[in-house]
Ligand binder design. Structure first.
Ligand code: URA
Length: 234
């Protein structure tokens, strides 16, 4: 990797500031000042800036218990961003693997490994996401049976021309349901319930494929995934 890229990956310097730092003779490779930004460096080189040694961070894989009021987005709007809750260097490079709405809570996977993320979100993989849903009004009896069947067959969402893929709805109580989706359209759960005349008042994602939200994590808390959890999507 080029030295200017190495510096921008391991510090807050942009590539152009990294070049200036090299020009000021602040950067050393294996104990020697290096001024050429195109110099190739690898894991065996000792790189330092202003005497501080630098190491590349590898790919990171995190599960976050997203609280309500945090946003899975790249740019800061009204709400704190999901990566701002994660106390790791360069956390802004961790991208959410599929988004949750601001008011939705639960499992968000975050990583800087784009290929791993794609394996989970690719529509071809049909990765199951489990949601716990709270409804404003009871959905019971014959109406509940029709909802289960409608979701299994697919419903046409407002503004779409293709029905949703088969989804598994289980009514646990009159106003509480579990819904398993194998796709991730915008606001899909809320729009599916809207399509059958119901309003979702609370939504929580409890699992993505084989990874379940760790019950030890309170809203706003996170942990790195275990190797086994990472490998589950390899
Ligand atoms: N479906 C929604 O409507 N909202 C979410 O946050 C996730 C799925």
């Amino acid at each position: 990797m080029r030295l200017d890229k190495f510096l921008s990956d391991t510090t807050d310097l942009t590539r152009s500031l990294a070049k200036k730092a090299m020009h000021r003779e602040e950067v050393m490779v294996d104990g020697v000042v290096v001024k050429n930004p195109a110099t190739q460096v690898g894991p065996d080189n000792a790189v330092s800036w202003l005497g501080q040694s630098l190491a590349l961070v590898g790919m990171r894989y995190v599960m976050l218990h997203k609280p309500a009021g945090a946003e899975c987005s790249a740019r800061r709007g009204l709400y704190p961003l999901a990566h701002e809750l994660i106390d790791l260097p360069k956390a802004e490079r961790l991208n959410p693997v599929g988004r949750l709405d601001v008011d939705t809570t639960g499992l968000v996977l975050m990583t800087d490994d784009g290929q791993w993320s794609h394996r989970i979100t690719s529509p071809k993989r049909r990765c199951e996401k489990v949601y716990e849903v709270t409804l404003a009004e009871p959905l019971e009896g014959e109406a509940a049976r029709r909802a289960v069947e409608a979701f299994r067959e697919g419903v046409l969402l407002d503004g779409e021309d293709q029905p949703t893929k088969p989804a598994e709805l289980e009514m646990r109580e009159a106003q509480r349901a579990r819904l398993v989706l194998i796709e991730g359209k915008y606001h899909q759960v809320k729009r599916m319930f809207a399509a059958i005349g119901h309003h979702v008042t609370a939504l929580h994602r409890s699992s993505i494929g084989p990874i379940t939200l760790d019950a030890a994590l309170a809203p706003g808390e996170w942990r790195e995934l275990t190797q086994q959890e990472v490998d589950a999507f390899r």
